[in-house]
Ligand binder design. Structure first.
Ligand SMILES: [Cu+2]
Length: 107
């Protein structure tokens, strides 16, 4: 019984933690990310909310972050990253790599 209560408590605190992630917004427009540099806290799970204002799909891709996600045109996607070590993590919009690029800086 005690063990069950503890398990429940752990689950609840994890759920509370999950709702607490710092959130950062990115916009894709004209095949560019705005902002193209975001600073996030190191050692924490972080939520990225990416709005694609273009009519065409874009793929958020970062080998360093091990993330890859297609965001259809005129829609919004959520990507969780981290906890990250301090450092710089590059990302691109793979469908428009020449213009769509940015960096996440974990501090
Ligand atoms: Cu890809």
């Amino acid at each position: 019984m005690k063990r069950l209560a503890l398990a429940l408590l752990t689950t609840l605190s994890l759920a509370a933690f999950a709702a607490d992630e710092p959130e950062f917004k990115l916009v894709i427009e004209n095949h560019k990310f705005t902002p193209d540099r975001i600073e996030v806290p190191a050692g924490k799970k972080v939520k990225l909310v990416i709005e694609n204002k273009d009519a065409t799909p874009e793929e958020f891709e970062s080998k360093q972050l091990n993330r890859e996600k297609v965001i259809p045109g005129k829609s919004t996607a959520t990507i969780f990253i981290g906890p990250l070590k301090a450092g710089e993590y590059k990302f691109v919009g793979e469908f428009n790599e020449k213009t769509a690029k940015g960096v996440i800086v974990a501090k």
